[in-house]
Design a protein around this ligand. Sequence first.
Ligand SMILES: [Zn+2]
Length: 193
Amino acid sequence: MKYKTHRAGALSILALFILVPYILGFFSFNINNLSIIGLCPFLVYFFSTLPDKIESAHRTWAHSIISLTLILFTLYSAKPIIEVLLLKTLQNISSNHIKLIQSTFSMSILIGWGSHLLFDSLTDSGIPVFYPINKKRYNLYKIGTYNNDRNEQILFWIFTYFLVITVIFVTLKIAKISINFLLIKLLYISFYI
Ligand SMILES: [Zn+2]
């Protein structure tokens, strides 16, 4: 599967979990969390193609659910150690901020790397889900892996349209908030005139 499909797909899943709840009003950004959550798209973009870049032979250990689980488990177990290290190296940072950084990082790996495995499992070559225990490859669908597959192109455009529409809705929502804020300010000022 092409890098652009992996990237667009991973960013769509991220948008589904962060931007859609924001548009629907289940979730709000504030100046404290935005600076950290804002890193998610960059991290997800990076992790969505990483499994193809770190293997010497394509679709081996980095394409296994076992490896991904081990990576996430290691990060989870090292959480207290990383927290102490960060608290010592970075001054003026709260423990809550560090927790948010850690969950942002783990979530980005899960979405970026996890979606890579999911999308590769939709191709005819499949992925070695239980590598190195069992090297058999499994697939959920049969999108052509290397040629310009029509199904892959359709998938890419669905993701791209979804992302564009989501970003438009987020922009409209932010614009509405700023217009309301501006109106309140004007009303407030008008009392003094
Ligand atoms: Zn791959």
